[in-house]
Ligand binder design. Structure first.
Ligand code: ZN
Length: 302
């Protein structure tokens, strides 16, 4: 089944629900970055969170960037997710592995670190992006993003994200975001009811492993609350907008002297995209062309 996202509402529009299945894109990230088990879980959870957050934005081209910076051995986690269903991301130290935690699960909290910050930038494509930072709650990602939603966006929210990794890769990944909108948030019993139901889930991946679809998961959680599942399904995928031409553009900005240096010392240049680990090779001819372009620009500007 292809990765996808589905939206629903309940309680006459007072509750907003979004679910995402992200197994394939998480495994693509694992393969591209050669992620360890725990790094796969950390990045998969963060990418899923990014897609869930981006799904509430309205304007085409909107994106959400999440930076998680804790004091654990994994270093930073960086994700860029779009309303269009594309996502990319990386971690600083992809090879870090840790023993399972006390519950026998991948210890994402220890890998990320329990102390540090979660930084979220919402960019609607024009004007100033909206940025906000919260302290990490646990480094487990789900709780940290939920804390961001409650403190920065002041929307009662419950979020579950999960990644299950086996020796041959990520075999189940996804998440669920439930938000109580202002008109229903005054109904405290409704907020409590939802919190207890979401809190009662023993994670998200067991639901997928039990063969549940997103509409079935929604139904189980709030079928009695006037659930309405939207029929449009959005496909999700790992995608990076980098290209050879963009890499050349970045090299050109280094200037003639630096480019000459690369030709003499390395007979070319190699650039690796942080986000997707794609390797781009520029040979001396490419670099000579860039120098010619710089000279032509200088003449026309002079
Ligand atoms: Zn890339």
């Amino acid at each position: 089944m292809a990765d996808h996202l589905i939206r629903a509402t309940a309680a006459e529009g007072g509750i907003r629900v979004v679910g995402a299945i992200t197994t394939r894109l998480t495994d693509e990230a694992r393969q591209r970055h050669q992620l360890s088990y725990v790094a796969t879980a950390a990045l998969g959870r963060t990418m899923t969170s990014g897609l869930l957050l981006a799904s509430s934005m309205k304007r085409a081209g909107s994106r959400v960037n999440i930076r998680v910076k804790g004091d654990g051995p994994l270093g930073g986690v960086f994700v860029d997710a779009g309303l269009d269903g594309t996502v990319r991301g990386y971690v600083d130290n992809p090879a870090i592995e840790l023993p399972p935690n006390a519950r026998g699960k991948l210890d994402v909290g220890a890998a990320v670190g329990h102390n540090g910050y979660l930084h979220v930038i919402r960019d609607i494509g024009y004007g100033y992006p909206y940025a906000s930072t919260v302290e990490l709650v646990s480094g487990e990602i789900g709780e940290d993003v939920a804390s961001y939603l409650v403190t920065s966006e002041q929307t009662p929210s419950a979020l579950v994200v999960g990644v299950f990794v086996e020796p041959d890769g990520a075999t189940a990944a996804g998440g669920l975001l439930v938000q109580v909108l202002p008109k229903a948030a005054r109904d405290e019993s409704l907020v409590e009811l939802l919190e207890s139901r979401i809190g009662g889930l023993s994670g998200f991946t067991p639901l997928l492993q039990a063969g549940k679809t997103l509409p079935q998961i929604f139904e189980d959680l709030m079928g009695d609350l006037g659930l309405q599942v939207f029929s449009d399904t959005q496909l999700l995928r790992f995608h990076c907008g980098c290209s050879f031409d963009r890499m050349l553009g970045a090299l050109k900005m280094l200037g003639e002297e630096e480019l000459r240096d690369m030709i003499v010392k390395d007979d070319g240049a190699e650039a690796i995209c942080h986000f997707c680990n794609e390797v781009y090779q520029a040979d001396s001819d490419h670099l000579e062309n860039l120098i010619e372009e710089l000279k032509a620009n200088a003449l026309s500007n002079g």
